[in-house]
Design a protein around this ligand. Sequence first.
Ligand code: AKB
Length: 315
Amino acid sequence: MKNILVIGACGQLGTELTMQLRELYGTDNVIASDINSPSGPLSDGPFENLNIMDNDAFRSILKKHNITDVYHLAAILSAKGEQNPTFAWQLNMDSLLYVLEAAKDGLIKQVYWPSSIAVFGPDTPKVNTPQNTLMNPTTVYGISKLAGERWCDYYHQKYGVDVRSLRYPGLIGYKSAPGGGTTDYAVDIFFKATKGESYECYISSNTSLPMMYMNDAVKATIDIMNADPDDIKIRSSYNIAGMSFTPAEIAAEIKEIIPEFEVTYNPDFREDIAQSWPDSINDANARADWDWKPSFDLKAMTKDIISNLTVDAIG
Ligand code: AKB
């Protein structure tokens, strides 16, 4: 019997992951928590207001709901982290250590914590980036994710904590807005296109980044958590890949369905962050160890998002 706590449930991934976990394990067994109040479908289930920097409040929620599994999604992402680096470091690191310590103390059985392609840097091979390679991230978010990966591996090796993690590429969904990431343009572009508006992109037209449709990201997250512990050979974080594209390529794909859509380009500091990340990711270890395989490419994702957003607008 699982009792799940999702920390950061009101975020872009949190919203969709919480809904899927509720489908699988029952609404009452999945407690959403966030510093912000829930809205939309999330408000239909149990919710705890939680600032994850408050370790006492976190531990009392674990006890109150008899929590077995924690999905710790709260973090300051790459672009926002650069506005206040010391706070981003503090939040991203302290909160992870609170969760790992709770697992070490026997209060939780399983932990999920996301890492990111932001762990890579300008010295990393850009194409088909391997699992183990030169890292040297340049953003505070990337530094915190790389350090977090080492902590996850450490708590597993030293204390037997069952922690599992994925290095997400840019995640693209249409059910909630992203916040503070470099890859957010690939979400914003769909909202503009389906409203009949043009889009000014802050990334150069030909900068390629690894991306993934939210449906695949949610599936990967649940699959790795349900995999046999012996199959999880990497306890830092797994590379996973969905698709790679440039702003020009996604714009062209949208124009296939909405021909009048226009994009202009005005790169800012996020272009430098994007330039420091890989173009594409090698996820051979995830495929071999726990059968990971994505379902959506750029064309299938574009079609799915536009048809859903258009139905929402009409309905
Ligand atoms: C970001 O852009 O910061 C995130 C990420 C790649 O982890 N979407």
